[in-house]
Ligand binder design. Structure first.
Ligand SMILES: CC(C)(COP(=O)(O)OP(=O)(O)OC[C@H]1O[C@@H](n2cnc3c(N)ncnc32)[C@H](O)[C@@H]1OP(=O)(O)O)[C@@H](O)C(=O)NCCC(=O)NCCS
Length: 165
């Protein structure tokens, strides 16, 4: 799906027109999985690397291999944006990683990647995510509502079962 700044990749879902982002066309797609090296490189260029396991290439590969929806934006062979989600398509979609190359931020790419993701979700499927501190103003701006009761079980924490108490 090519986007030259004016075309809308997800009619009715993408936000209003944004400024011309780049003279070369951007390709938004759900059908092109980046390599672990490309993913890592984008995490670094977006600064999301501060919060992702970029030194564990096996983990990055697993994140790509087992994601159910990967929306990406490319300029030719350069990955400039990604929305990586795990979903059942019907009830919930966990948007784990949203990252846009710093050089291309605030040009509508992040919102368009989410809109493209939504095109594959059924009517009642909600998108859920945990925001990085720097992006906490972003999500309400594009329509997300905060949830007062989100909970995480850290990987190092075994769940406390009744017998373990
Ligand atoms: C957060 C991020 C994904 C946003 O993507 P983006 O392509 O830069 O954002 P968009 O261009 O889609 O922004 C859409 C709107 O939100 C606004 N916006 C963008 N970043 C914002 C922020 N951090 N806080 C508040 N508003 C923001 C834009 O100005 C734009 O507003 P407008 O429609 O009124 O013009 C991107 O900045 C990024 O990769 N940041 C670093 C990694 C990160 O924090 N990822 C989120 C992990 S939860």
């Amino acid at each position: 799906m090519l986007w030259h700044g004016g075309d809308d990749p997800a009619p009715g879902l993408a936000r209003a027109a944004v400024a011309e982002p780049h003279s070369r066309s951007m390709d938004f797609t759900l059908d092109r999985k980046p390599s672990a090296a490309e993913f890592r490189d984008l995490l670094v260029r977006s600064t999301l690397s501060e919060r992702r396991p970029i030194d564990d290439i096996q983990c990055l590969q697993g994140m790509l291999d087992h994601a159910t929806l990967i929306a990406t934006c490319w300029i030719e062979d350069r990955l400039i944006g990604i929305a990586r989600s795990v979903t059942d398509y019907h009830y919930c979609c966990y948007l784990s990683d949203l990252a846009v190359d710093s050089e291309f931020q605030r040009q509508g790419i992040g919102a368009r990647l989410i809109a493209l993701t939504q095109t594959r979700l059924q009517t009642h499927c909600k998108i859920i995510l945990l925001s990085a501190p720097a992006a906490s103003g972003y999500y309400p701006h594009i329509g997300f509502v905060s949830h007062p009761s989100a909970w995480i079980l850290p990987a190092s924490q075994a769940v406390k079962t009744p017998s373990a108490k």
